[in-house]
Design a protein around this ligand. Structure first.
Ligand SMILES: [Zn+2]
Ligand SMILES: [Zn+2]
Length: 394
């Protein structure tokens, strides 16, 4: 059941991956991508449903016996980034680039679907979910809201992301927390501007902002446990917008930042502290503050039982020593969280290696590693065969 390096399917997946890399499209605009994937599925006589979240595709393969249904998901969108690679399969779409490897994810899932269509000696049904808009617009959320799991009921759903720096031939599986929740913080501070030489007649929003920025950093260090990893959190203020001249005090300052955490109760506790700090610091300084916290992706949390199944499938392929179990989760975010909030399942990382092109995700020199296409597709196939065993096979 393992697709080997240099097999025909490896070469075919590589050609799909290069085509997708050459034709990147932004979130919810994956028209060419969706048509390309749908055409390949149709050529292989695989049943497809189109239109969830616009460009989403769900392809279905039935086993030779009835049984449970599971979902396997890949993302299809690219990033608004100018590619700086010079190889032949570089992006042909100016200012857009597959810098997160979603071209590879789609190709591996397609490879697994094509293989399983002709090797369907399993009991049950597999739904292959090709989702739009992972990069910030929540295509996964929209698919769920538009009835993904009502139209295609799944007992569990699985996701996989390539991970640069993790060696080729290895996987990483987390029992619970994998990726963090992300919220955006916007703070508008209003004072009273005027001549900067006469601050006694003004209300200084810049000094107020500085105090708020420092005080916000006390939340993680003074309100959360230093040893309880479920309380891990990050607050980063990343933008300060105010003023134009050295001798004019502005009326207003706007701060923007990001908040990351894994546990919703911890997230709520942090948000209360942010509100208190903004409100009371502004009051102490005579200014006024308006706080907005825009909720982003929730945390991606595996169900331990399904994480264990992922470990078993990956172990079959690479051996237990190449399935890392103790990597810390990432403070990055992932919209597979919406699928995991609606259905049990697990999301794992596959090593993209440390060679050329395997710089961190979202870098303009990044490239998905074609060498791992067979391993990724084989993982999906192993997972299907182990989860949807024939009853005679136990
Ligand atoms: Zn990304
Ligand atoms: Zn990604």
């Amino acid at each position: 059941m393992q697709i080997t390096q240099n097999s025909t399917l490896h070469q075919t997946m590589t050609s799909w991956r290069h085509w997708l890399h050459q034709h990147p499209e932004l979130s919810f605009q994956e028209k060419l991508t969706s048509d390309y994937i749908a055409d390949i599925l149709k050529q292989h006589r695989i049943e497809i449903h189109r239109g969830l979240a616009g460009t989403g595709i769900v392809a279905t393969v039935h086993g030779t016996q009835p049984g449970k249904s599971i979902g396997l998901r890949a993302d299809m969108d690219a990033l608004p980034l100018q590619e700086n690679n010079t190889f032949a399969h570089r992006s042909r779409h100016d200012g857009i680039m597959h810098a997160c490897g979603h071209d590879g994810h789609s190709s591996m899932l397609l490879g697994a679907a094509v293989y399983l269509q002709t090797h369907n000696d399993f009991a049950g049904t597999v739904h292959f979910i090709f989702q739009p808009a992972e990069e910030g617009d929540g295509g996964g959320r929209v698919m769920v809201e538009e009835g993904l799991f009502e139209k295609f009921p799944c007992t569990a759903v699985f996701g996989m992301h390539n991970w640069p720096g993790l060696p080729v031939g290895t996987f990483a599986v987390h029992d619970k927390e994998v990726m963090a929740a992300v919220d955006t913080i916007i703070i508008d501070i209003t004072g009273r501007g005027g001549h900067a030489a006469m601050p006694d007649q003004l209300i200084d929003p810049v000094l107020t902002a500085a105090q708020i920025i420092c005080a916000l950093q006390s939340i993680v260090s003074r309100n959360l446990s230093a040893v309880d990893t479920s309380q891990a959190a990050v607050i980063s203020i990343t933008a300060i917008n105010a003023g134009t001249a050295s001798n004019v005090m502005p009326d207003q300052v706007q701060l923007k930042g990001t908040l990351r955490y894994f546990d919703n109760d911890i997230g709520n506790r942090i948000k209360i502290r942010i509100k208190e700090i903004v409100e009371h610091t502004c009051k102490a300084m005579g200014a006024s503050g308006k706080l907005q916290i825009k909720q982003g992706y929730p945390a991606t949390i595996n169900t331990p039982e399904h994480a264990k199944q992922c470990v078993a499938a990956a172990t079959q392929l690479v051996g237990g020593e190449s399935v890392q179990r103790n990597l810390p989760p990432s403070m990055g975010a992932e919209d597979f969280a919406y699928l995991l909030n609606a259905c049990d399942g697990a999301y794992i990382w596959i090593g993209n290696g440390a060679g050329q092109g395997s710089c961190m995700l979202h870098n303009d020199h990044y490239d998905f590693n074609d060498d791992i296409l067979p391993l990724g597709a084989s993982y999906w196939i192993a997972l299907v065969h182990s989860l949807l065993k024939h009853s005679s096979a136990g």
